[in-house]
Design a protein around this ligand. Structure first.
Ligand code: ZN
Ligand code: ZN
Length: 355
């Protein structure tokens, strides 16, 4: 905060508040806000009825519960005082931002992601353990898919999605964040919503799933992985594309060393697919950071010259999507370390075809 000349940080809903305090605010019309001055005592303002959920940390922050007839904006304004430069979290509701700008006029406003983001992007040992545990749990579900334990033929995408979700919980996640199941042509839409389509023989089924698992300080860390499973057989051109995809994904993982730029990891995947003639069908970035959130810094994308450091955690997930025909993606979570890239997902990377 001192480096960025921020006098007070104001944190509401979103990942930064739980990262710093262990408390996750509900996205309510009643304001929750941590008022964190560069010097002095941080205060967590919470609606009185939410206060019982706060695990108090008197060594870190004090709690002030506000009642139904209090004006929380006035309470924040009072704590802000004459501070000049205020940083506010990205996902604070616009109504609160606008009301605060009226309550304390003439200040300079910044975003707290510039303050907390760079700290949050580097995972410490406990966070890495939590990401690896979540990755191992997701891996166990992937193996159930690849062994045929999770039936595909004759079931709807929605049924398989629900099944994957239940298994993510059974394997130790406390929350399912998503379970994309996209069969045949549906997989050419990278974020297809699983629906009533009944999975048929000859289709490749793209499964991309992840959840949140409790980690250090009661804060949850995310898993996210993608595997493609064929039913009976798959189209010949898909099989050829998959061989290129596997090589591209592995090249990108291998390139994710400390000191490499994010865009060079993207280039490793993109160049490999382009060389094989599939580049035009790879329509998204190669990956995203992961932690408390499924998508966070650093982004593995063209134009991001940020240099990987030990503790950066991110997905490597190139894909090939041929509209109206099929789609494939292969995704692992990788952590940059001084000993080289550490993959959190080990489940078979090949295109597994089940009966
Ligand atoms: Zn994913
Ligand atoms: Zn992902």
């Amino acid at each position: 905060m001192r480096q960025l000349d921020v006098d007070v940080a104001l944190l509401s809903v979103g990942p930064e508040l739980p990262y710093l305090t262990g408390y996750e605010a509900m996205p309510l019309e009643r304001l929750t806000m941590l008022v964190l001055p560069v010097d002095g005592e941080p205060t967590l303002l919470v609606p009185q009825l939410e206060a019982p959920r706060v695990v108090e940390r008197p060594d870190v922050f004090s709690v002030r519960a506000w009642g139904e007839t209090d004006d929380p904006i006035a309470l924040v304004a009072d704590l802000v005082g004459s501070a000049q430069t205020l940083a506010i979290s990205d996902r604070t509701w616009a109504r609160f931002v606008i009301d605060l700008q009226h309550a304390v006029p003439g200040r300079t406003w910044r975003r707290t992601d510039r303050v907390v983001g760079p700290v949050r992007a580097i995972k410490d040992a406990a966070e890495i353990d939590a990401l690896r545990a979540a990755g191992a749990a997701a891996d166990r579900v992937a193996r159930q898919l690849q062994s045929g334990d999770i039936a595909l033929l004759g079931r709807t995408e929605a049924e398989v999605s629900a099944d994957i979700g239940r298994r993510l919980i059974d394997e130790g996640h406390h929350k399912v964040n998503f379970a994309i199941v996209a069969a045949g042509p549906n997989a050419s839409s990278p974020h297809h919503e699983p629906g009533a389509h009944v999975i048929e023989a000859g289709e490749a089924v793209l499964c991309d799933f992840g959840g949140t698992m409790h980690g250090p300080g009661g804060v949850g860390y995310c898993s996210d992985m993608t595997r493609v499973v064929g039913v009976g057989s798959v189209p010949a051109d898909l099989e050829r594309a998959y061989a290129s995809l596997l090589a591209a994904q592995q090249a990108a993982v291998a390139s994710a060393t400390v000191g490499a730029t994010c865009e060079s990891v993207d280039a490793a995947a993109r160049d490999a697919l382009t060389d094989d003639g599939w580049g035009e069908w790879f329509i998204h970035r190669t990956g995203h950071g992961i932690g408390i959130e499924e998508h966070e810094d650093p982004y593995i994308v063209v134009g991001n010259d940020e240099v990987l450091a030990p503790g950066h955690a991110f997905s490597v997930e190139p894909g090939v999507y041929v509209p109206g025909r099929w789609g494939i993606r292969l995704e692992d979570i990788v952590i940059a370390s001084n000993d080289g890239p550490v993959a959190c997902n080990q489940a078979d990377h090949d295109l597994v075809v089940i009966g």
